[in-house]
Design a protein around this ligand. Structure first.
Ligand SMILES: [Zn+2]
Ligand SMILES: [Zn+2]
Length: 82
Protein backbone atom coordinates (compact mmCIF):
# COMPACT_ATOMS: atom_id res chain seq x y z
CA UNK A 1 0.00 0.00 0.00
CA UNK A 2 1.24 3.47 -0.81
CA UNK A 3 2.58 5.33 2.18
CA UNK A 4 0.99 8.77 2.34
CA UNK A 5 3.66 10.78 4.15
CA UNK A 6 2.56 13.92 5.97
CA UNK A 7 5.06 16.47 4.72
CA UNK A 8 7.58 17.58 2.12
CA UNK A 9 10.99 16.02 2.71
CA UNK A 10 12.76 19.19 1.55
CA UNK A 11 10.96 22.06 3.27
CA UNK A 12 8.81 20.26 5.82
CA UNK A 13 5.59 21.77 4.50
CA UNK A 14 2.46 19.81 5.44
CA UNK A 15 1.00 17.68 2.66
CA UNK A 16 -2.32 16.24 3.82
CA UNK A 17 -3.62 13.11 2.08
CA UNK A 18 -6.04 15.17 -0.02
CA UNK A 19 -3.36 17.59 -1.19
CA UNK A 20 -2.89 17.89 -4.94
CA UNK A 21 0.46 19.59 -4.33
CA UNK A 22 2.19 16.37 -3.25
CA UNK A 23 4.61 14.52 -5.54
CA UNK A 24 6.23 11.15 -4.89
CA UNK A 25 8.83 8.84 -6.39
CA UNK A 26 8.45 5.07 -6.71
CA UNK A 27 9.90 4.68 -3.19
CA UNK A 28 7.30 7.11 -1.79
CA UNK A 29 9.77 9.89 -1.09
CA UNK A 30 7.38 12.85 -0.83
CA UNK A 31 7.82 16.46 -1.89
CA UNK A 32 5.66 19.55 -2.37
CA UNK A 33 5.12 20.84 -5.88
CA UNK A 34 7.30 23.97 -5.56
CA UNK A 35 10.27 21.91 -4.33
CA UNK A 36 9.70 19.14 -6.87
CA UNK A 37 9.44 21.51 -9.82
CA UNK A 38 11.71 24.43 -8.98
CA UNK A 39 14.41 22.81 -6.85
CA UNK A 40 14.47 19.14 -7.77
CA UNK A 41 13.42 19.55 -11.43
CA UNK A 42 11.22 16.48 -11.32
CA UNK A 43 13.87 14.06 -9.99
CA UNK A 44 13.93 12.46 -6.56
CA UNK A 45 17.15 13.54 -4.78
CA UNK A 46 17.30 10.22 -2.91
CA UNK A 47 16.97 7.68 -5.71
CA UNK A 48 17.18 9.74 -8.89
CA UNK A 49 13.72 8.56 -9.96
CA UNK A 50 10.82 10.37 -11.50
CA UNK A 51 8.46 12.44 -9.34
CA UNK A 52 4.77 12.21 -10.15
CA UNK A 53 1.67 13.61 -8.50
CA UNK A 54 0.56 11.52 -5.55
CA UNK A 55 -2.91 10.11 -6.08
CA UNK A 56 -5.59 11.18 -3.61
CA UNK A 57 -6.83 8.35 -1.40
CA UNK A 58 -10.63 8.58 -1.18
CA UNK A 59 -11.73 9.99 2.18
CA UNK A 60 -13.81 6.93 3.06
CA UNK A 61 -10.74 4.72 2.59
CA UNK A 62 -8.57 6.87 4.85
CA UNK A 63 -10.43 5.69 7.94
CA UNK A 64 -9.47 2.10 7.23
CA UNK A 65 -6.12 2.81 5.54
CA UNK A 66 -4.83 5.93 7.28
CA UNK A 67 -2.05 8.16 6.02
CA UNK A 68 1.41 7.83 7.52
CA UNK A 69 2.24 10.18 10.40
CA UNK A 70 5.98 9.57 10.20
CA UNK A 71 7.61 12.86 9.28
CA UNK A 72 10.77 12.69 7.18
CA UNK A 73 12.66 15.90 6.55
CA UNK A 74 16.16 16.32 5.23
CA UNK A 75 18.01 18.29 7.90
CA UNK A 76 20.08 20.01 5.23
CA UNK A 77 17.09 20.69 2.96
CA UNK A 78 17.30 20.17 -0.79
CA UNK A 79 19.56 21.80 -3.34
CA UNK A 80 18.87 22.31 -6.99
CA UNK A 81 19.71 19.32 -9.15
CA UNK A 82 22.76 19.63 -11.37
ZN1 LIG B 1 8.78 21.42 -0.19
ZN1 LIG C 1 13.12 8.50 -4.34
Amino acid sequence: MLQLRPNCECCGRDLPPDSREALICSFECTFCRPCAEKVLLGRCPNCGGELVRRPIRPAEKLAKYPASSERKVKPEGCRAAG
